[in-house]
Write a protein that binds this ligand. Sequence first.
Ligand SMILES: NC(=O)c1ccc[n+]([C@@H]2O[C@H](COP(=O)([O-])OP(=O)(O)OC[C@H]3O[C@@H](n4cnc5c(N)ncnc54)[C@H](O)[C@@H]3O)[C@@H](O)[C@H]2O)c1
Length: 339
Amino acid sequence: MSTILVTGGAGFIGSHTCLVLLEAGHDLVVIDNLCNSSEESLRRVEGLSDKSFVFEKIDLLDQPALEQVFVTHSIDAVIHFAGLKAVGESVEDPLWYWRNNVAGTLNLVDAMNRADVRDLVFSSSSTVYGMPEELPVTEAHPLGPVSPYGKTKLAVEDLLRDVAASKPGWRVALLRYFNPVGAHPSGEIGEDPTGIPNNLMPFVMQVAVGRRERVAVFGSDYDTPDGTGIRDYIHVMDLAEGHLAAVERLERFEGCEAVNLGTGQGYSVLDVVRAASGAAGREIPYELVPRRPGDVAAVWSDPGLAKAKLGWQALRGLDEMCRDSWHFQSRNPHGFAKT
Ligand SMILES: NC(=O)c1ccc[n+]([C@@H]2O[C@H](COP(=O)([O-])OP(=O)(O)OC[C@H]3O[C@@H](n4cnc5c(N)ncnc54)[C@H](O)[C@@H]3O)[C@@H](O)[C@H]2O)c1
């Protein structure tokens, strides 16, 4: 069992992964600046696992504080979630995104290098592929992110490829997630976005719980069976288990390698609204509105490499994703802060 530093561990995917890591017997040091999360998620992880761990409120841009983490604790591996992730926000303020996501990672990798810690799992994203040229999307698909957010993810991938090639010993897994949704089945932890949700599932759930009036379905004239966009949604617990598999199998990564984490199965926006209505036990109102610029008709992954390399595959389907999202939302109608 090892000691794993988790950056961004208070966030949506980080908190679920912390729980899975604790349950597998690992020790954790969690750092987060809480810019998009609440410490309450970590208190709940401790409650669910009945285990405690170190938490330090640290910003990745604070290089001395970051270096100190590696001096104070004997870290074996790092899982790096900390980053900003809203595409629209990244278009409005690209400097903030480049500084936080790229300079923040530079500081982290620098601190790792000094401390001789060379095992890293990085949260990348399917946005690095840009417009899909063929489906399903394999790791060999051309890269060409469109938004500043996606470009920061690709820049970090490039940085890590260069660092891993510079000297032996680095073992870096670039995990390219498709569309994470769902929550822990207890309903204790889940996705709690600040402001208007950027992603479909939290928006649908906020409509279901009465916080918003209706779901705007952007585009109903795509070349898909029901005309709405198709995405590869993946349950956050599957994703968390994918991180456990990756960090425990880093010896299979020589240098730096990318792996998709998806289900390989696409669902349309209307499929999600229907499944969410079933989970919530009420019709979720929606309206069809024009397409958003930059959106594509359909994207789904080829998850074959993850299965071969990590011995991992997603197990949970759309109904379970909606059931668990609804469970979290209905138990925490206003998120963590106000429950
Ligand atoms: N959720 C998605 O749809 C999705 C898809 C693909 C990739 N990702 C990536 O996965 C990672 C985790 O995503 P999430 O959905 O859990 O997001 P999240 O916002 O819930 O979690 C990110 C965490 O990082 C923290 N953070 C941000 N900048 C920081 C900094 N400078 N120093 C310290 N902490 C900082 C935030 O406070 C937050 O707790 C992100 O890197 C994101 O880009 C997410």
